[in-house]
Write a protein that binds this ligand. Structure first.
Ligand SMILES: Nc1ncnc2c1ncn2[C@@H]1O[C@H](COP(=O)(O)OP(=O)(O)OP(=O)(O)O)[C@@H](O)[C@H]1O
Ligand SMILES: [Mg+2]
Length: 263
């Protein structure tokens, strides 16, 4: 099943092509020689220890951080060569669900969701803003929260609103930065199911950064383990879990214990 899925995916065009990416902050070399392709419609889960460079990687993909070297193409376009306008156009096709949800505390949920729509109002947006906001909230089961302030939301609700905002432009690529971290197992499972449902509905290409092995198992066509600034290991979830590499084994044993699955 996993192999058949992989073969189908191999026949598709790449959505994201990352080659020899390098990013350092002073002497802290975060990405050294990172290479990865993500095909259209594929879900790649990026795992790795805290502080290893996962968030930096997806910030490079969306052009929020400028790499020091290597190439990064999204839909065939080298993002380092794009002008402001072209980068903006490309960003409209990419949704970003931030690690911290990154909601504006002084705006209601409605205003937070309207924000990307109003910003891009001059561009082609199908449907009216009110309808799009309501649809996005319905997708994450939080229609009733439309007039609440972010500070009135629980952590799980904030994550859902972050996901709703990341998806409101119906992007072709969605980058999720730890969508379930810090949530209880049941809420994590709900968010996992929500991500799977939305992927099925909108057929997005996704990169999901997570420490959550349940989410990785459920969502990943491919798991990439980031270490030492490179894509240290990649394969299906089963292949990565079966790795005999001591570092990988140690990481996944620890993660399983943290998830109460060490049986
Ligand atoms: N703006 C910045 N300036 C300097 N160093 C940074 C900056 N952002 C991140 N770093 C450094 O880059 C490294 C990778 O950070 P990153 O946020 O990508 O880690 P991560 O893998 O996402 O970790 P976590 O799982 O804790 O979220 C860290 O050493 C961090 O200190
Ligand atoms: Mg991070």
């Amino acid at each position: 099943m996993a192999n058949a899925q992989q073969n189908i995916i191999r026949g598709l065009e790449p959505a994201i092509e990352i080659a020899h990416l390098r990013k350092a902050f002073g002497s802290n070399v975060v990405l050294r020689d990172f290479t990865l392709n993500v095909n259209k419609g594929e879900t790649v889960v990026v795992m790795g220890r805290s502080g290893i460079g996962k968030t930096i990687l997806i910030k490079c993909i969306i052009g929020l951080i400028k790499p020091d070297g290597g190439t990064l193409r999204v839909f065939g376009k080298d993002i380092s060569k794009l002008g402001h306008q072209e980068l903006d156009d490309l960003r409209m096709r990419i949704g970003f669900v931030f690690q911290s949800s990154a909601l504006y505390d002084s705006m209601t949920v409605r205003e937070n969701l309207e924000f990307p729509l109003r910003r891009n109002r001059a561009k082609k947006i199908s449907g009216n803003i009110e309808e799009l906001v309501r649809e996005a909230l319905k997708n994450v089961g939080l229609e009733h929260a439309i007039d609440l302030m972010p500070l009135e939301l629980s952590g799980g609700m904030r994550k859902r609103i972050g996901i709703a905002r990341g998806l409101i432009m119906k992007p072709e690529i969605v980058l999720f930065d730890e969508p379930t971290t810090g949530l209880d197992p049941i809420t994590s499972e709900e968010i996992t199911n929500l991500i799977l449902e939305l992927q099925k509905k909108y057929k997005t290409t996704s990169v999901i950064i997570t420490h959550d092995i349940d989410l990785a198992r459920e969502a990943a066509n491919r798991v990439v383990f980031l270490m030492d600034g490179i894509a240290y290991l990649q394969g299906t979830y089963e292949q990565v879990m079966a790795s005999e590499d001591p570092v990988i084994k140690h990481f996944f044993n620890r993660q399983s214990i943290a998830h109460g699955q060490n049986t």
